[in-house]
Design a protein around this ligand. Structure first.
Ligand SMILES: [Zn+2]
Length: 422
C-alpha cells in the first residue's frame, strides 16, 4: 500500500442498501468496495453509517470580487462550516454584489474559489436577471422571480419569460415567489403574512410553465407549501414520460430545507422572530409536516439548506436568511433516528442526487460508494447526540437558529479525497 491509500470499515450506506464492508480509497478516488479488502486503517462502530460525501446544492458563501459581504461569510469559512456539518461539496448562489451573470463575471468568481484552494468543492450558479444571456460555458443558472436578497430579480413574470426564451434547454433553478403578489401583501403585519403561500404557489405554476415552454431542466428551490406538492408530482409524471434532457438530471426536481421541516409559525415568538426570518418564510404546521413527507416519499429530491448567513446585527434589523451548513449532518441524523428515514433515502437526498446535479460541471464524481467516485465520505454516528452551541460553529456569522437544540446523532468523521479532515 502506498501512503495515499486508506481502508475504512463499517456500515456502508448507499441508494441500493446498507451493508457491512470496507472501502479502499487510493489516489483521491474510491478504488474498491467489498466485504474484506485488507486490514482497515479505521473501523467505525455499529452505531455509525458511512455515506458518500454529502452535498448541499443551495448555499450563499457571500464572497465575491468586491469583498463587500465577506464579513458575513467567505469561501474559506463556508468550507469549514460545510465540513463541520459533514458536507463535502456545495453549489453557491449568484446573488452577490458583483453577480456572476456573464462569462467574465463568472470566471472572476471562479478564480476566487480556485485561489482559496479549499477541501470543499464549489459549483457556482450563474444569475439570470432582466436582460441576461446564457454563458458560453456550461453552468447551472438561478432565476430570482421576486425581490429577496440582492438585485437579481424580475418585477414582472412577462419580463422573466422573455429573458428565459434565451435559455432554452438550460439547467435553471427558481426562487418561487410571485413579485406582483408579494407587492399586494407588502403592508401585512408579519413577515410570513407579507409572503403568504399563494405567492409561492403562483410562482410554482409559472415556473412549471416556463420549464415546459423553454424545455428547461428545472429545479424549484426551498419548496415550502404543502398545497404545491400535487402540482410537482403531476409535473414529474409528465416530464418523466418525456425522457430526460441532454444532462442526466431529471427535467424537474425540488429542494426542501431543514428549517422548513423543523420550524412552523406556531413556534414563532417575539424573541426568535428575527432569527427565523427567511424567504420563503417559515410556514404552518401542516406545511411543515408535508415537507417532511415530501423528503421521505421522494417528491423532494434534495435536502438543500439555503445556508444564508447574515451578521447578528443584521438579523435584528430584519434580514432574511439563516446559516445551516454547520448543522447539516445533525439534522440528517434526526431524520434517521427520530423520523425513521431509511439510510437509502438519505443517500439519495444528500449524496446521489446532489452528486448527479453537479456532475455536468465537475471533473470528480460525487455521491456514490462505487469505484471511480471521489474518495470523500460523511460518517454519521446515530448514537452520539450533539447539542448545537454558538462557540462550536464555523460559519463566520457566528450564530445558528438551532442553538441549544440537541440532535440525536452527529458527524463522526469526514474524509475528503481519502484524507481525514474532521
Ligand atoms: Zn437561497
Amino acid at each position: 500500500m502506498d501512503k495515499h491509500s486508506t481502508i475504512l470499515e463499517g456500515w456502508l450506506a448507499d441508494i441500493d442498501g446498507v451493508r457491512w464492508g470496507q472501502i479502499l480509497i487510493a489516489d483521491d478516488l474510491i478504488a474498491a468496495v467489498g466485504p474484506s479488502l485488507g486490514k482497515p486503517d479505521r473501523a467505525f462502530p455499529e452505531s455509525c453509517l458511512i455515506f458518500a460525501g454529502m452535498g448541499d446544492i443551495h448555499i450563499h458563501a457571500r464572497e465575491d470580487v468586491t469583498g463587500q459581504h465577506n464579513y458575513k461569510e467567505t469561501f474559506n469559512t463556508a468550507s469549514a462550516a460545510a465540513l463541520h456539518g459533514g458536507v463535502v461539496h456545495v453549489a453557491d448562489m449568484p446573488n452577490n454584489p458583483a453577480a456572476p451573470i456573464d462569462d467574465a463575471s463568472y470566471a472572476a468568481k471562479e478564480a476566487l474559489v480556485r485561489q482559496a484552494n479549499l477541501p470543499v468543492t464549489f459549483t457556482l450558479y450563474a444569475g439570470i436577471g432582466p436582460g441576461t444571456k446564457p454563458l458560453v460555458g456550461n453552468v447551472p443558472y438561478k432565476a430570482y422571480m421576486g425581490p429577496s436578497v440582492g438585485d437579481l430579480f424580475f418585477t414582472s413574470l412577462e419580463q422573466l419569460d422573455e429573458t428565459l426564451a434565451h435559455y432554452r434547454g438550460q439547467n435553471v433553478s427558481f426562487h418561487c415567489e410571485d413579485p406582483l403578489l408579494l407587492d399586494q401583501h407588502k403592508s401585512a403585519a408579519t413577515h410570513e403574512a407579507r409572503r403568504p403561500p399563494e405567492c409561492e404557489l403562483s410562482a410554482v405554476r409559472f415556473a412549471l410553465a416556463m420549464i415546459e415552454k423553454h424545455q428547461l431542466t428545472g429545479k424549484l428551490c426551498h419548496f415550502s407549501v404543502g398545497e404545491g406538492l400535487p402540482l410537482i408530482r403531476e409535473a414529474k409524471r409528465r416530464y418523466n414520460a418525456q425522457g430526460q434532457n441532454r444532462s442526466s438530471i431529471p427535467r424537474l426536481t425540488i429542494e426542501v430545507t431543514p428549517q422548513h421541516v423543523l420550524f412552523d409559525t406556531a413556534q414563532i415568538i417575539a424573541a426568535n422572530r428575527p432569527w427565523l426570518q427567511m424567504n420563503p418564510p417559515i410556514r404552518s404546521s401542516a406545511d411543515r409536516a408535508a415537507m417532511l413527507e415530501a423528503l421521505r416519499d421522494g417528491t423532494a429530491d434534495y435536502l438543500a439548506t439555503d445556508h444564508a448567513p447574515h451578521s447578528t446585527e443584521e438579523k435584528q434589523q430584519g434580514h432574511s436568511g439563516m446559516p445551516q451548513l454547520d448543522t447539516y449532518g445533525p439534522f440528517v441524523a434526526w431524520l434517521l433516528v427520530e423520523k425513521h428515514f431509511k439510510p437509502e433515502r438519505i443517500a439519495e437526498l444528500c449524496c446521489a442526487n446532489p452528486g448527479r446535479f453537479v456532475a455536468p460541471y465537475q471533473k470528480e464524481k460525487f455521491g456514490r460508494l462505487l469505484p471511480g467516485y471521489v474518495g470523500s465520505l460523511t460518517v454519521l454516528d446515530l448514537a452520539k447526540p450533539v447539542t448545537i452551541r454558538r462557540e462550536d460553529l464555523k460559519t463566520k456569522c457566528g450564530w445558528s437558529p438551532f442553538e441549544g437544540m440537541t440532535f440525536p446523532g452527529s458527524v463522526a468523521a469526514v474524509y475528503v479525497r481519502g484524507e481525514f479532515v474532521g
